[in-house]
Design a protein around this ligand. Sequence first.
Ligand SMILES: C[S@@+](CC[C@H](N)C(=O)[O-])C[C@H]1O[C@@H](n2cnc3c(N)ncnc32)[C@H](O)[C@@H]1O
Length: 260
Amino acid sequence: MEVLRDAERIPTGGAKDRFVRKLFAAIAPTYDLMNVVMSAGSIHLWHRAFRRRTGLRPGDRALDVCTGTGELALILTEQVGPEGEVVGLDFSPEMLAIAREKSARRALRRNRHGGAGRVTWVEGDALDLPYPDDSFDAVSMGFALRNVSDLPRAIREMARVARPGGRVLTLELSKPPSALVRYPYFFYFYRVVPLLGRLVDRRTGRVGSIRPYTYLPASLVKFPDQRAVAGLFEEAGLVDVSYCGLSGGVVTLHVGRKPA
Ligand SMILES: C[S@@+](CC[C@H](N)C(=O)[O-])C[C@H]1O[C@@H](n2cnc3c(N)ncnc32)[C@H](O)[C@@H]1O
C-alpha cells in the first residue's frame, strides 16, 4: 500500500523539517478546504471540544504553536477578548500568509459586532520557541505533533513557555482504540484520503518522492498512541494530564497543567 511505503520514506531530523516546510508551502492554499472535506465537517466539532478546555479568560495571553492557517489561534482570540493577546507561530511563511489574510477578514467582520483579542503571527520554530519561560496562560498545538521532527522536545518547549497553572493542549489525529471504529476508519484514511488528495496533488506534485495527501495518513502509521503522548506530557513536567478521544478516537485532545 502506498501509505505504508511512504511511512518508511518520511525523513527524520532536520531533513523532516525541510520536507514538512516544503509540503505545507505546497498545500497552503487548499489546506483549510481539504480539512473540512476530509473530516466531513467534523473539524468544527473537534475545534469546539478544544475551545471548551483551554481554561482561558478575558485578558489572558495564549500561544498557538504550529498554527498553520491560524484556526486554533483565532478561537483563542475570541476567548481572551480585546484585553488579551494571542500569538500564532509557525515556520511556514505560506501557511502564515493564509492565517494573516483570514484574520484580517474576520477582524473586519468582528469589529462590527464587538472585538476579539489581538493576534500576532510569528515565523518561528516549535522546537526552539522564541519566548522566556512562563510566558503564556495557555499553549496549544493542533494537528502538528506528527509533523515535528522531535516530539518530546516540542512538548517540553510548550510546557516551558506556559505559566505556572497554565494549560498545554494538543489536538491530534489518533488511532481509534475500538476495532469497530478503527478498521473502517483505516480503510477511509489509508485508502480514500490519498485518492481525495490526488485532486490537490495533481496541482502541487510530489514533495521529494511523497505525495502530500499520502504523507498525511502515512504520518499516523508510526505515531505513538494516546497513552504514550500523555506520558510525554508528564515527562515534560505537566500534571493533571488527561486525554479524550473525539469522533470515536479518530482525534485526541490532550490537556496538561503546569504545576503552580
Ligand atoms: C497540519 S498543519 C496544522 C496547522 C494548524 N495548527 C491546524 O490546526 O490546522 C502542521 C503545521 O505545523 C507546522 N510545523 C511543523 N513543524 C514545525 C516546527 N518545527 N516549527 C514551526 N512550525 C512547524 C507546519 O508548517 C504546518 O503549518
